[in-house]
Ligand binder design. Structure first.
Ligand SMILES: [Zn+2]
Ligand SMILES: [Zn+2]
Length: 377
């Protein structure tokens, strides 16, 4: 069928709306009429080919929509179901067999190659193609197993989560990556006891989700660290008890002015080596720093060895250690109860405003842009 998608023609280029062809779902795939899709920093770094996704490509990995058709091997999802799409995993590697699907041994291939996983038998590498001189030519159209910056997407039963039909898909779309990443790092990975001290470097989508989750977990104090006074103000409204702006001086000293021994837990979302170092330096003895920020491949950070020796842990965390089929319903329950007000982070844009949305995200004007992909003619 014909679809409209935001295509990246080449590395670093602006997105352009193009009419493309979407194949029918095969095997365990489903076709989703995309209603909304959040924009994540990973879409921007993938546009810039930081992780090697080939161009031209249809990106987008926080899609939400309505199932229109299912492949012959689909078991539990049916047309008409409302779904959130999340990251993809193979289901068969040692991590997947352990239930740690965010650490699928084929994570990069399945989510960033832009093509269907080669371990399956599909003879067409991508469900999306475009006409080049009259010949249908595949484009990278399986980004995170969805490529959902489009009116329609092919996803699989593995990485789709069915949700109740009364829920607003345009609000919930970002649960599938950014929100579960921040909230999962707290609720799944670190799982702090009530009263634990917590600091978060970077108050973007992931940091704010972590702040809300730290409040849900009963942490105190919760220290938000960000360069933006507006974001710090919102962080205080969403659950932070203290706010630190690096413009006011050294952030480790500022944390120690609140807690002289340092924090039990820190979460690093900025991907800057100096901030990562600070997030480790602010830990108390036996403290744990969760690293979430995705740096460019090859980025290095250094640490003081004796500091680490005192029982401190640095833990890399992908996708908040989430198993979306069980964790997203938990987050939706928290959203319904008003304890996870993700709508306060979101600003909506039309699909044709995607470049403007990204500019607003980069400038800090918008925390989480959500594209209304279904509003296209
Ligand atoms: Zn993402
Ligand atoms: Zn796997």
């Amino acid at each position: 069928m014909k679809i409209t998608a935001a295509l990246v023609p080449e590395k670093g280029a602006s997105f352009v709306l193009r009419d493309l062809t979407l194949a029918d779902p095969v095997g365990d795939e489903i076709r989703v009429r995309v209603v909304a899709c959040g924009i994540c920093h990973t879409d921007v770094s993938s546009r810039d080919q930081v992780y090697g996704t080939p161009m031209p490509a249809v990106l987008g990995h926080e899609g939400a929509g309505v199932v229109e058709a299912v492949g012959p091997k689909v078991k539990a999802i049916k047309p008409g179901d409302h779904v959130l799409m999340s990251f993809d995993s193979c289901g068969n590697c040692p991590s997947c067999r352990d239930g740690q699907i965010a650490y699928c041994w084929h994570h990069m291939e399945m989510n960033f190659s832009g093509f269907r996983y080669s371990g399956t038998a599909w003879d067409v590498p991508s469900p999306i193609s475009m006409a080049v001189d009259g010949v249908e030519t595949p484009v990278a159209g399986a980004f995170f197993g969805q490529s959902s910056f489009a009116t329609h997407a092919i996803c699989s039963e593995r990485n789709a989560v069915v949700v109740d039909k009364d829920l607003p898909l345009e609000v919930l779309a970002p649960l599938g990556c950014g929100m579960q990443t921040g909230a999962g790092a707290v609720l799944n990975t670190l799982n702090p006891a009530p009263g634990s001290s917590f600091a978060i470097t970077g108050a973007g989508t992931v940091g704010m989700a972590a702040i809300m989750a730290a409040k849900i977990a009963g942490c105190a104090p919760i220290i938000a660290i960000d360069m933006s006074a507006d974001r710090l103000k919102l962080a205080l409204e969403l659950g932070a008890t203290h706010a630190i702006n690096p413009a006011d001086g050294d952030i480790v000293q500022a944390v120690k002015a609140i807690l002289p021994a340092g924090v039990q837990y820190s979460i690093e979302t900025t991907a800057h080596p100096a901030v990562f170092r600070a997030a480790v330096d602010m830990l108390q003895v036996r403290g744990i720093c969760g690293l979430i920020g995705g740096a460019k491949l090859g980025t290095e950070a250094s640490f003081e060895m004796t500091h680490i020796l005192f029982g401190r842990t640095i833990r890399g965390i992908l996708q908040g250690d989430s198993v979306p089929k069980s964790f997203l319903p938990r987050l939706i329950g928290l959203y319904r109860s008003g304890r996870f007000p993700i709508e306060r982070l979101e600003t909506r844009y039309r699909l044709d405003q995607i470049n403007e949305a990204i500019a607003d995200m980069k400038s800090g004007k918008t925390i989480k842009p959500v594209l209304m992909t279904g509003s296209q003619p």
